[in-house]
Write a protein that binds this ligand. Structure first.
Ligand SMILES: [Zn+2]
Length: 92
């Protein structure tokens, strides 16, 4: 196993950003979330976004892998592609 594969979800977060507001992640979409966005994602439902706390939930290797593969920058590009300019975008 390479050193990179040993990264757990928190190491992965800190490899991307030092933003300590990010406390959750959606493991099917592959993005890190702050607690405000995490509750919005939870309201939408688990058929759209599956949210876990970075510290308090157990993370499967494949879920960490998904976050590693997608990440906030790539997800932003994909999902905000058709968002009109006048609409407020999420900060992260
Ligand atoms: Zn947020």
């Amino acid at each position: 196993m390479s050193q990179e594969e040993d990264l757990d979800v928190l190491d992965l977060l800190f490899s991307f950003t030092s933003d300590t507001d990010l406390t959750h992640a959606s493991y099917n979409i592959g993005v890190f979330l702050c607690s405000t966005c995490a509750s919005i994602h939870a309201t939408i439902g688990t058929h759209i976004s599956k949210v876990k706390h970075l510290n308090f939930d157990h993370w499967e290797e494949s879920q960490v892998e998904r976050l590693k593969q997608v990440g906030n920058a790539a997800a932003k590009q994909k999902y905000e592609q058709r968002v009109p300019n006048w609409l407020q975008r999420p900060r992260e």
